[in-house]
Each structure stands twice: as C-alpha cells, then as structure tokens.
Design a protein around this ligand. Structure first.
Ligand code: SF4
Length: 169
C-alpha cells in the first residue's frame, strides 16, 4: 500500500472522487494485470465491473446524474473495497502521466486538498517520497509490465519527471 497524504476524514466529506461525468471517462481507474486477475477470480462481482479498456467499469449513479465506480457506496461516500483498492486509487490525486516522451508524476488539482496544499512543505515532502517509491526497481518493473497505468492525462499539474521506463537500472 502507498503511504497516504490526504486525511481520511477529508476524503469522506468530499463529493469528488469515484464519481464520473461519462461512462467511458478517462478518469476511471486503470487496473494492473494482477488486479484484473483478482477481480476475475472473485465470484461476488459481475464481469461488467471491468471495462474493455482494463479499467473499472462505471455504472449509473443511483442518486444523481453521472456514473460511479461499482465499488463506491453513495450512501456513506465509502469505497467497498478500500483495503484492496486498485493501485491507481491509492495513488490519486497523483497520476503517472506520459507527455512529450517523458514519464511524469502529476497531480489532479480538481482534488480540493491537493489544490489547497500543493505549495506546502508536507506536500513537497510527500511528492519526494512518491517519486522515490515510483522510481524504485520493483515499481518500475510493475510499470513495464503494465504500461496501461501510464496515460496521457490532460489538465494535470506536473510535479516531477520520473525515470523513463527504458532507462537502465
Ligand atoms: S475502487 Fe474504491 S477508491 Fe477506487 S474508484 Fe472505486 S470506490 Fe473509489
């Protein structure tokens, strides 16, 4: 599990994460191959929980316009699989982005906590922790085997350039 920056109480009061405007949203969490396999192995979830694009398959929000993650509980704002949530969910609002031949650690400033704290010492320290974690040989191996996790996310704020995947260790 990735060490978290944002206090849990802040996330539980926010109405942002895990909800999406479109069913085919590029913000729907991408899944690692091993996460796809463990979802396929589960008997308690329908196959539609996975999309063809190796993402979580979004479903209609029962309470308002738009779509939600199939693991999201709109009643209490909780993730029903929090301890086993996908890598991309653990990372958010940070995202690994690919732009102009570079792999970048970026942040989505539509997260109110990130927007408010992006210039704080704690945020910068966390960015540094995350950069080291993502550049570790173990993590780089995961990314090489799961290139779907690195997307050309638009409208994100660049924090740090990560080691290119074809760079020698
Ligand atoms: S798996 Fe959990 S944290 Fe990830 S989008 Fe779904 S509800 Fe949110």
């Amino acid at each position: 599990m990735i060490k978290q920056l944002i206090p849990e109480g802040f996330c539980l009061k926010c109405q942002g994460c895990c909800r999406f405007r479109e069913q085919s949203s590029v913000w729907a969490p991408c899944l690692l191959d091993e996460e796809i396999q463990s979802l396929l192995d589960r008997k308690d979830i329908p196959p539609s929980t996975l999309s063809m694009e190796r993402r979580l398959g979004l479903i209609l929000d029962p309470e308002q316009e738009g779509f939600i993650c199939p693991f999201f509980n709109t009643k209490d704002n909780n993730c029903k699989t929090y301890s086993f949530r996908p890598f991309e969910c653990q990372l958010y609002p940070f995202l690994i982005s690919f732009r102009e031949e570079k792999v970048l650690l970026t942040v989505d400033l539509s997260c109110p906590y990130a927007k408010k704290n992006v210039n704080t010492k704690a945020f910068k320290e966390y960015t540094s922790y995350l950069t080291d974690f993502l550049n570790s040989p173990k993590q780089r191996k995961v990314f090489k085997e799961n290139p779907q996790i690195i997307q050309a996310y638009a409208e994100v704020f660049d924090l740090m350039e990560l080691q290119a995947l074809d760079e020698a260790e």
